[in-house]
Design a protein around this ligand. Structure first.
Ligand SMILES: [Zn+2]
Ligand SMILES: [Zn+2]
Length: 119
């Protein structure tokens, strides 16, 4: 069997992404899964969304509900409501199709900004 087949079930791993992960307590899984207007189906384990080698706490988006974003941080585990990082890389593409390339991380995050083309 080709080696690549062994990892077919995994998400592609960005080498620049922090490898830390956190397992959510069952109570939080339940709470965010049953939240009104929940944007995502909850998964028990979240991967840190920050750049590898970042300072400070690890961070991952847990759930979006309406305009509220809930973020987990660890190893001092906490889930807090916070805004998204306001940074943008500036418009990309031809003028009539321009969209700002927004950072997908939590406001005030340590490390580099992260977006579709920011890494
Ligand atoms: Zn991290
Ligand atoms: Zn950012």
């Amino acid at each position: 069997m080709p080696a690549a087949m062994t990892h077919a079930y995994r998400e592609p791993v960005d080498k620049r992404q922090c490898p830390a992960a956190v397992t959510l307590p069952p109570a939080d899984l339940d709470r965010f899964d049953t939240m009104p207007d929940a944007a995502f189906t909850m998964v028990p384990q979240l991967r840190c969304e920050l750049v590898a080698g970042h300072g400070g706490a690890h961070s991952a988006l847990v759930q979006g509900s309406g305009y509220d974003l809930h973020w987990a941080s660890w190893p001092q585990y906490a889930v807090e409501k916070a805004s998204r990082c306001p940074a943008a890389a500036g418009p990309v593409g031809p003028p009539h199709l321009q969209e700002p390339e927004i950072c997908l991380l939590r406001e005030g995050h340590p490390g580099d900004h992260y977006g579709e083309t920011l890494f």
